[in-house]
Design a protein around this ligand. Structure first.
Ligand SMILES: Cc1ncc(COP(=O)(O)O)c(C=O)c1O
Length: 437
């Protein structure tokens, strides 16, 4: 039954919210209810997700940072998963595995140079942790350099590579981590020393507000790494798998990494899996004891089947052409929005379908997130730079829907401008910023 969006929540929805509040997160439940965003995920398909009561439908312009690159409940992947269950399960991480071997081989074929070996994990943070472990074991050095405002996950070592505000409440972070400003070659030059094992960078830092690096940045970092014997780790958890119009975003910058981290979209939105892909020589760190790193669910065989198809789809020239065509359409149609909201929407950052709307100030990202929701769009601001709203549509979306999406964004921008100027509202949204940032 489809209810209208103003109907009272059903008993099922009320119970879900109450259970969430009592057993998952009381603060999140209170926050979403307070700001009229008490959406509980129900059915989902393609670019859409519906509230559990069926009333509200959102167009997903965030895609969980790329998890839903191929849309929600992609029917081909679901068919593959169902058929795979006739033969496979998670597998056994102690033993050799054809599914894991096939997927690792395909990754090697799709990566440049001798990026030939893969260790599988479950999530991006785990894959980043492993990248640091490999870098330290190989170089016999400890220091890891990352970008201020960058984001690599909330597991042990990945957490230490991120901003202190995420680790501070949880006690001292792992030692050996240094942050430098993104897009600043001199800062890397100054920080990289004889104890530096690796530099890790997102090719386009998403949580920092979709910052597009200068053309020379990554090649210059590569040169510094080569000179100092430091490994370069590219975090392609969000930027990989076609998001930027090339299979891997580092291909735009003619830079060869030593280690590449892949996650999110590799799951096809159905079965969690991540990958740490490393250059051939780095695999030697596991020669003495190949059991020194294990992950029970890492590279689950059933997930490997899905991931293999995700890679085949995402690397096909037709698919990448589609992404680039969508990117061009978005760029053209967003120009009108930029003109008509020029005091609020300052600039568009874009590499393929990795887009960020740069807004006037730090209040604007959270405000636009709310008004976009009211206009049936799921669009989320960048946590480490709330002036920017991320725009990450599904890579398989129908180009014919772009016009509708832009009209909704236009409406959301108009509402956001109004909301920002309303007396009294400002302080309310300052509270949002404090809670969300
Ligand atoms: C660039 C990047 N790296 C790593 C991660 C961590 O991935 P996960 O949440 O799967 O651990 C994320 C998650 O958002 C990410 O955006």
């Amino acid at each position: 039954m489809i209810l209208n969006s103003h109907s009272k929540p059903s008993v099922i929805k009320k119970r879900a919210i109450a259970n969430f509040s009592e057993h998952v997160s009381s603060a999140k439940a209170a926050f979403f209810q307070k700001y009229g965003m008490d959406f509980v995920m129900g059915s989902r398909k393609g670019p859409y997700l519906r509230d559990i009561d069926g009333a509200k439908r959102l167009f997903n312009l965030h895609c969980n940072g790329g998890v839903f690159n191929l849309g929600h409940r992609n029917s081909e992947l679901i068919g593959l998963l169902k058929a795979g269950l006739d033969e496979y399960d998670i597998g056994n991480h102690h033993l050799m595995s054809k599914a894991r071997a096939d997927l690792a081989r395909l990754l090697a074929e799709l990566m440049p140079g001798d990026l030939n070996y893969t260790v599988f994990g479950v999530g991006g943070g785990e894959a980043v942790d492993l990248a640091f472990k490999v870098a330290r074991a190989y170089t016999k050095r400890t220091k890891i350099i990352s970008a201020k405002g960058g984001y690599h996950g909330h597991t042990g070592l990945a957490l230490a590579a991120g901003d202190a505000r995420y680790s501070r409440p949880f006690g001292p972070p792992a030692p050996g981590f240094v942050q430098v400003p993104f897009n600043d070659v001199g800062a890397i030059e100054a920080a990289a020393d004889t104890d530096t094992a690796a530099v890790i960078l997102e090719t386009v830092p998403a949580t920092l507000g979709i910052c597009i690096p200068g053309d020379d940045y990554l090649p210059s970092v590569r040169k510094i790494c080569d000179r100092r014997g430091v490994l370069l780790i590219m975090d392609e958890v969000q930027t990989g798998l076609g998001r930027t119009g090339k299979l891997w975003a580092f291909e735009h910058f003619d830079t060869m990494p030593d280690i590449v981290v892949v996650g999110k979209g590799l799951s096809g939105g159905l079965y969690p899996i991540s990958a740490t892909v490393m250059r051939q020589p780095l695999e030697t760190v596991f020669h003495e004891d190949p059991f020194i790193h294990v992950s029970t669910f890492g590279g689950a065989e059933i997930g490997c089947l899905v991931a293999q198809r995700v890679l085949e789809i995402s690397s096909s020239p037709d698919f990448l052409n589609h992404v680039n065509r969508l990117a061009q359409d978005f760029a053209e149609q967003l120009k009108t929005c930029l003109k008509s909201h020029s005091k609020f929407f300052i600039a568009l950052r874009q590499l393929g379908l990795m887009m960020g709307l740069v807004l006037r100030d730090e209040q604007c990202g959270p405000i636009l997130t709310k008004t976009a929701y009211d206009h049936d769009l799921l669009m989320i601001y960048a946590n480490n730079d709330p002036r920017v709203c991320q725009l990450l549509p599904p890579l398989v979306m129908d180009p014919a829907r772009i016009g509708w999406v832009i009209r909704q964004i236009d409406g959301a921008l108009t509402a956001a401008r109004r909301l920002k100027t309303l007396a009294g509202v400002k302080s309310g949204f300052e509270r949002i910023i404090k809670k969300w940032v």
